[in-house]
Design a protein around this ligand. Structure first.
Ligand code: AMP
Ligand code: ZN
Length: 112
């Protein structure tokens, strides 16, 4: 069994602020938010990075989930940012695929 924090959250072995959950995807609040709304959209199945996931349906579900959250939170027009960090130079720190959903303030135009 790999020692992975997001797998443990998916298995309810450690707590998290889960805001939404489907059969294959969960959405939690980031523990160290960088914007007023900072969520993580996470497949329940373990993929270390996006490069390890060839499941097109699941990858689509991550984006679809972002759209649904934006609608639910009334952020479609104001705007939001979705980010997937990948490996060292991409700034990935947790090696279980996840997409950041950030909103609630004007985010800096510079990406990195
Ligand atoms: P990344 O740098 O793209 O790998 O992002 C990892 C994110 O996971 C960071 O924004 C962390 O604040 C967040 N994070 C780490 N541990 C937890 C946790 N237990 N619950 C919620 N978010 C977490
Ligand atoms: Zn994992």
């Amino acid at each position: 069994m790999i020692d992975c924090i997001f797998c443990k959250i998916a298995e309810k072995k450690i707590p998290a602020a889960i805001v939404r959950e489907s059969g294959s995807v969960m959405v939690i609040k980031d523990i160290s938010p960088q914007s007023p709304t900072h969520l993580l959209i996470i497949p329940k199945k373990h993929y270390a990075t996006i490069m390890d996931c060839e499941d097109k349906e699941l990858l689509g579900e991550l984006l679809q989930t972002a759209r649904e959250i934006a609608k639910e939170l009334g952020l479609s027009e104001r705007g939001f940012r979705t980010v997937i960090n990948t490996n060292a130079e991409g700034g990935q720190t947790v090696f279980h695929l996840h997409m950041h959903f950030m909103a609630g303030r004007a985010l800096a135009g510079r990406m990195g």
